[in-house]
Design a protein around this ligand. Sequence first.
Ligand SMILES: NC(=O)c1ccc[n+]([C@@H]2O[C@H](COP(=O)([O-])OP(=O)(O)OC[C@H]3O[C@@H](n4cnc5c(N)ncnc54)[C@H](OP(=O)(O)O)[C@@H]3O)[C@@H](O)[C@H]2O)c1
Length: 330
Amino acid sequence: MAAVDSFYLLYREIARSCSCYMEALALVGAWYTARKSITVICDFYSLVRLHFIPRLVSRADLIKQYGRWAVVSGATDGIGRAYAEELASRGLNIILISRSQDKLQTVAKDIADTYKVETEVIVADFSSGREIYDPIREALKDKDIGILVNNVGVFYPYPQYFTQVSEDKLWDIINVNIAAASLMVHMVLPGMVERKKGAVVTISSGSCCKPTPQLAAYSASKAYLDHFSRALQYEYASQGIFVQSLIPFYVATNVTAPGSFLHKCPWLVPSPKVYAHHAVSTLGISKRTTGYWSHSIQFLFAQYMPEWLWVWGANVLNRSLRKEALSCKA
Ligand SMILES: NC(=O)c1ccc[n+]([C@@H]2O[C@H](COP(=O)([O-])OP(=O)(O)OC[C@H]3O[C@@H](n4cnc5c(N)ncnc54)[C@H](OP(=O)(O)O)[C@@H]3O)[C@@H](O)[C@H]2O)c1
């Protein structure tokens, strides 16, 4: 009994002498919680403001804002094709760049017939490196390019550890994902600066949020694009140019093999058409966005989660995507 009494006495004495520290700690805790809560509320408010409000008001006049012509790289399939169609539906003339003449002609004709706009095609394989840029420059020289969409990109056949990725694929990632966007911007931006208007959209990827194992080179190339776009925006915004880093998570294209479990949740993995429709509505509004509401929720989670959790999740997802791809092949 005496021991309990003396412990209680001791506890009261310690509590009394530490009470000012406890209050200070409680204040720090309350301040930290309030700050975090305000950040989360602001992030959700921006999500609603960006993805829902622009869809309620009338669509921006992209021709007046940026110019009559848009160039889209990797425009015959997936996100690139859908983005080109969405821009055409807003009245812009489109220049499509890809490797296959036949696919280009078919898509260009489809777009011209459906949206009553002009279309032109440039055949170029961005994996070939430096030699392709002079012909592209020549083809674009008389055009006032209002919007450049750096969409072309290559992915691994399926998520792989770095040493299993072929040397050819690594060069493709460097030439197609990194060099193409840099050189296309270098070619088109001076004209935009001269006209004091224009937009550059560069398609990065959600895998650039944090280091992504089993996609090391791909996710690093997309991080390059994200940083590149953000730095360009700081350099050229004052000259009337809008530079957007677009960071999609999964979209149901050839990259995410048809039949994959990813194609079974459309609100998480939208079709390219739905994705492009949403993404274009963020043009001129957000300098850095995923372009789609459910991707923005994923992006917020990715930002708040610790790196170890991201890495764990990426490993689990990429392992199952590899297994699925290999079992389809077998
Ligand atoms: N799909 C996703 O889940 C996802 C997620 C995040 C980011 N992204 C990014 O979004 C962009 C588009 O992806 P996607 O899924 O729409 O791809 P996709 O469906 O595979 O389409 C790729 C397009 O690029 C063209 N292309 C491929 N290699 C080329 C090369 N070497 N030179 C010129 N054109 C080439 C293809 O046309 P040809 O074959 O006729 O040349 C096709 O038009 C990429 O940058 C990708 O990294 C995609």
